[in-house]
Design a protein around this ligand. Structure first.
Ligand SMILES: Nc1ncnc2c1ncn2[C@@H]1O[C@H](COP(=O)(O)OP(=O)(O)OP(=O)(O)O)[C@@H](O)[C@H]1O
Length: 356
């Protein structure tokens, strides 16, 4: 049985649906990330699950128990759901120990062991008597996490929990948070607009657009088998070639691509991520021979090359400038502007979408 079961949620504001028929499940010990651009309905979905907003239709179950539908509405504090929001909202007048014990009956005195256990797990034991203003942002975040987990909620809702932190700290804190969430076995629903964060944290990504979940699955599936061009472009920069179907094939300067099931004349987008271009040097106007793995090579010239640290980003344009393509190459690769090179597209990594 799923820990959290959301079925057909719809929420309208002034007649406009901002959450549309949203359904998903989260198992115990799993992290599901609601991912999407600003305004797509992520926070509204979270607020309905928390019980601070009410859906127009749909229902929510926690461990099989109905917590809200058209008639029933269990109040937020009796849902067995914990919350953690981006500003942490620690109580400034309470020391760390009282903050962590806040949701526990009997307060800190009756729950010393649980508070001590959690502070140990988030490596904050020595700050047990500190006040929030004496802590760094990252330390406050760890206390907020301990506080949210103290009552052992079956479900934890997190709304952009890392956005207030210094970029350099975030990955470390994400990993620590994930380890603790997994140990506790909580079902987590995390809202984020950052694909990197969702890829790093999620067992399951729920990709939202205009109030709907357009795709859900493991990070690997969303990255490698995106449902449409927009979904592909959400996870990284993409290169797009456009073409027209003729006899279930589409012609491009990089050879023909199979485009089965589409009528003649249909327009298609052929999408490839910058790391999946292959580059070869020019040998007196000659490029590499076509292969089944990489198709036909096309000649292009370097427009600009930049070093980004872990990789280099090289912009290419075909001779007439008709097509521009970005390639990323690990390490340092900075060919001068105008250098002719042959480009190929890794066939196993090419994505083809009908133009919508
Ligand atoms: N109480 C409200 N009254 C009217 N409109 C609202 C209300 N709450 C949210 N909305 C609208 O619903 C839409 C979705 O908002 P929501 O906060 O859920 O999006 P989001 O994906 O979480 O975006 P963000 O990441 O910017 O918070 C927005 O267009 C917002 O203006």
């Amino acid at each position: 049985m799923p820990r959290l079961d959301v079925q057909g949620l719809t929420r309208r504001f002034d007649g406009h649906a901002v959450v549309r028929d949203v359904s998903f499940q989260v198992q115990a010990g799993q992290v599901a990330c609601l991912l999407g651009p600003s305004g797509c309905g992520k926070s509204t979905t979270l607020r309905i699950v928390a019980g601070v907003d009410i859906q127009d239709s749909g229902r929510i179950l926690v461990d099989g128990r109905l917590i809200c539908d058209g008639r029933t509405r269990v109040p937020p504090e009796r849902r067995g759901i914990g919350l953690m929001f981006q500003d942490f909202a620690l109580f400034p007048h309470l020391p760390v120990r009282e903050n962590v014990a806040f949701g526990l009956a009997g307060g800190w005195k009756a729950n010393r062991d649980r508070v001590a256990e959690l502070l140990d797990r988030v490596r904050m034991t020595r700050h047990i008597d500190s006040y929030p203003h004496e802590l760094s942002g990252g330390e406050q975040q760890r206390i907020a996490l301990a506080r949210a987990l103290a009552p052992r909620p079956g479900v934890l809702l997190m709304d952009e929990p890392f956005s207030g932190l210094d970029e350099r700290l975030r990955d470390g804190i994400r990993d620590e948070t994930l380890a603790l969430l997994k140990e506790e076995g909580t079902a987590v629903l995390l809202v984020t607009h950052e694909p990197h964060e969702a890829m790093r944290m999620a067992d399951q990504i729920l990709l939202m657009r205009d109030g709907r979940i357009v795709q859900q699955g493991a990070p690997y599936n969303l990255y490698n088998a995106p449902v449409d061009r927009q979904a592909a472009g959400f996870f990284s920069d993409i290169n797009v070639l456009t073409g027209r179907v003729q006899g279930a094939l589409t012609d491009t300067p990089f050879g023909q691509f199979l485009t089965p099931g589409l009528p003649d004349g249909a327009e298609v987008d052929i999408v490839i991520r910058p790391q999946h271009l292959k580059i070869d040097f020019d040998r007196a106007g000659q490029g590499p021979a076509p292969t089944p793995e990489n198709g036909t090579a096309a000649l292009a010239r370097v427009r600009r090359a930049r070093y980004l640290g872990r990789e280099s980003l090289v912009e290419f344009a075909t001779d007439e400038g008709a097509i521009t393509l970005n390639a990323t190459v690990p390490g340092v690769f900075l060919p001068p502007e105008g250098t002719p090179m042959w480009l190929m597209l890794r066939r196993d990594r090419v994505l083809v979408f009908p133009r919508g």
